[in-house]
Design a protein around this ligand. Structure first.
Ligand code: 3PG
Ligand code: MG
Length: 417
């Protein structure tokens, strides 16, 4: 269903309550919270610039981290407001709360084109509970509602869902922002009717996390390439030894069923034939979370059985080469989940090869490449290929749920065109 677009609204002089996903990674440096990756902020600039140009009074609502109803200072959105002002090249007002008289007064004083950002909505438990009275309080300042927070659209929270329902009930319009529209286009429409061959690359730790996506994409893809730790459950299901690798023995049948479905539908379903493994050695130390720290020694590539003392950390070079060749011939590519533990250079080779092949297909074969959020986006950035792919999702959990075919509550609450 096509949703009403922010472009369709007449916003001049109106207070637009806009939900954004400014849940950006931060780090404390010299007692200050510093933003490590501002992608999610940057990606909302087109919507903000459009609204500013059209003379809206913009009130931004967002969450940061999981403060669980407490005013956790390290999760304040103040540094985000400063960053946003810098990126927009104009002042951004900050309210140190998201509801209440002070917020209403500040919002009431906004002039056309002004931007105000509210403090973390998750400082209240009522946000995640989608508590109606809290949603009413948030909605007090809203005449129109825009959702550009694709990354949080899988949450039925007060600011992502409740406020939209209230604004709509009052006869106010609720529309998708430009980022939201792009996300729905690339993760939705483009994969519904893909140019072929359509190659899906799926990695990550667990089969159970990805099985719904596999199941749905089996209906659409020509080829599915499996990597990451979830490949070990497939191995186990085929009676191959997996050593100390991460596996889900309860999901052996899930894996076999996926393969059987692929066969029935004529999907080329590929599994790794070699694995980069290491032997973990207990250092006797504990990490910050109290978990034992292991040294990963004797890194090598094996075929078939993984030795008893070893643990798998990536698909091997031979598999990466085979996958890369298939990817280079694709016209549509969806990539979700890395091929191994790419954060460690010893296990990054295959993920980098796959990233390079995705970039090559896009640049040389005219393929549309869609990176389905989270770790695969990190991997593309690490390979410095961010500008060589067609689209990178800003969603993590939201992308996964959307790819599973679920209706996201934050999207459902917007008006159909
Ligand atoms: C995310 O980063 O995944 C979104 O901002 C949603 O955050 P959440 O997982 O804490 O709900
Ligand atoms: Mg999440």
């Amino acid at each position: 269903m096509v949703k009403l677009s922010v472009k369709d609204l007449s916003v001049r002089g109106k207070r637009v309550f806009m939900r954004v996903d400014f849940n950006v990674p931060m780090e404390e440096r010299d007692g200050q919270m510093v933003i490590n990756d501002d992608t999610r902020i940057r990606e909302t600039l087109p919507t903000l610039e459009l609204l500013i140009e059209r003379g809206a009074k913009i009130i931004l609502a967002a969450h940061l981290g999981r403060p669980k109803g407490k005013r956790e200072p390290s999760m304040s959105l103040r540094p985000v407001a400063i960053k946003l002002a810098d990126m927009l090249g104009r002042p951004v007002a900050f309210a140190d709360d998201c509801i209440g008289e002070k917020v209403e007064k500040t919002a009431g004083a906004l002039k056309d084109g002004d931007v105000l950002i509210l403090e973390n909505v998750r400082y209240y438990n009522e946000e995640e509970a989608n508590e109606p009275i809290f949603a009413e309080k948030l909605a007090k300042v809203a005449e129109l509602y825009v959702n550009d927070a694709f990354g949080a659209a899988h949450r039925a929270h007060a600011s992502t869902e409740g406020v939209a329902r209230i604004v709509a009930k009052r006869g106010g319009q609720c529309a998708a922002g430009l980022l939201m529209e792009r996300e729905l286009k690339f993760l939705g429409d483009e994969l519904e009717n893909p140019s072929r061959p359509f190659v899906v690359i799926l990695g990550g730790a667990k089969v159970s996390d990805k099985i719904k996506v596999i199941d749905r994409l089996l209906e659409k893809a020509d080829t599915i390439l499996i990597g990451g730790a979830m490949a070990y459950t497939f191995k186990l299901a085929h009676g191959v030894k997996v050593g100390k690798s991460l596996v889900e023995p309860d999901h052996k049948q899930t894996a076999l069923d996926a393969e059987a479905k692929a066969k029935k539908l004529g999907v080329n379903f590929q599994l790794p034939t070699d694995t980069v493994v290491a032997t973990p050695v207990d250092t006797g130390k504990l990490n910050k979370k109290g978990k034992p720290v292991y040294d990963l020694t004797n890194v090598r590539t094996v075929k078939g059985d993984i030795p008893d003392d070893a643990e798998g950390f990536s698909i091997g070079e031979e598999t990466a080469k085979r996958y890369a060749e298939i990817i280079r011939g694709a016209k549509t590519i969806l990539w979700n989940g890395p091929m191994g533990m790419f954060e460690d250079a010893r296990f990054a080779g295959a993920t980098n090869s796959v990233a390079q092949a995705v970039a090559d297909a896009t640049q040389k074969n005219g393929a549309k490449s869609i990176i389905g959020g989270g770790d695969s986006v990190k991997a593309i950035h690490m390979a410095k290929l961010g500008d060589k792919v067609t689209f990178m999702s800003t969603g993590g959990g939201a992308s996964l749920e959307f790819l599973e075919g679920k209706e996201l509550p934050g999207v459902a609450a917007l008006r159909d065109k």
